[in-house]
Design a protein around this ligand. Structure first.
Ligand code: PRT
Ligand code: ZN
Length: 279
């Protein structure tokens, strides 16, 4: 499998952390200058985020992680397989703080500076607003202050860059986060990775406790009925005797291979306990 990640920048570290949590091993001495690393069945390419969608589309890499904003700007949204829940930001209009513009409706005949001309063009067309688009590749926030544009349309997360450039945000046109993109022919690989990502996300978002106990047989029915009610959402306790509850201790480093195999064999209600010591 070949994976394309951002070389450096806002998505670099979290992309690596996410893949690590999904059982993908990175070398310990991950140098910032390395553009490609290879493990035993995996190549990881470190690229500029803008190049990642094309590399995926051309099949140079199977799977990539990139901002949804970049994918939409390049009109390659068909590559998106999953939203990843980090790298949140929004593409918003901003104007000088003292300006009287209230919304995009006021931009008719005005000039808007942006690094996202395609997303902006689509929005203006849908809203029937006729404005001039001035494409800038970086430092968009400076445009109104140097008389290049009346407004900007740029990515915002905390809002502090706008504030320090005397701009105010007035309307959001696109919400973004990191997404997993995939070449159509690599969908089997992507499926496997997505299963791992979902399992990781579930484990992170939900905390469960595993109870092991002896119950007196004469109270068994009552206890099971109670647990059924309390754990309804989890379906932890199989109703019919068609299922066997298995406890097994497995080496941590092969956990993902084991989970893949168990999933292939239709197991359910799986709990993985970490930080366990075996004596
Ligand atoms: O070198 P390369 O081309 O790979 O990186 P890049 O400079 O193009 O991208 P980078 O690392 O800045 O951002 C990568 C991705 O992170 C973006 O495509 C977004 O999907 C996501 N992201 C999340 C952001 C931000 N938050 C963000 N705040 N990308 C950019 N910004 C910029 C924004 O353009 C503005 O200049 O940060 C500034 C605003 O930040 P706040 O917090 O002050 O509002
Ligand atoms: Zn970029």
């Amino acid at each position: 499998m070949k994976i394309a990640l951002q070389k450096k920048g806002r998505l670099h570290e979290e992309s690596i952390n996410l893949l690590k949590a999904c059982g993908i091993n990175f070398p310990l001495d991950l140098s910032k200058d390395k553009l490609k690393i290879s493990t035993y069945n995996l190549d990881i390419f470190f690229l500029r985020d803008d190049d990642i969608p094309s590399y995926i589309q051309e099949g140079v890499a199977d799977i990539g992680i990139v901002g949804k904003n970049v994918v939409f700007e390049q009109e390659k949204s068909f590559l998106i397989k999953k939203h990843l829940g980090f790298g949140y930001c929004r593409l918003s209009f901003a104007v000088p703080k003292e300006s009287l513009y209230k919304s995009s409706k006021d931009f008719s005949g005005k000039c808007i500076a942006t690094s996202y001309p395609n997303i902006l063009f689509k929005f203006l067309k849908e809203q029937n607003i006729c404005s001039y688009i001035h494409k800038i590749s970086g430092s968009v926030e400076i445009a109104p202050n140097i008389g290049v544009a009346d407004a900007i349309c740029d990515l915002v997360s905390s809002g502090s860059t706008l504030d320090s450039n005397d701009l105010k945000e007035i309307e959001t046109i696109f919400s973004s986060e990191a997404v997993l993109i995939c070449h159509p022919k690599s969908s089997r690989l992507a499926k496997k990775l997505i299963f791992r990502l979902q399992a990781f996300k579930r484990a992170r978002d939900n905390k469960y406790l595993l109870l092991l106990f002896n119950a007196p047989n004469k109270k068994l029915e009552k206890i099971i009925s109670f647990l059924h009610k309390s754990c309804k959402r989890l379906h932890r306790i199989p109703k019919a005797a068609l299922w066997t509850y298995i406890q097994v201790i497995v080496p941590a480093f092969i956990i993902w291979n084991i989970l893949d195999e168990l999933k292939r064999n239709s197991v359910k209600d799986l709990v993985v306990l970490e930080k366990m010591r075996v004596f």
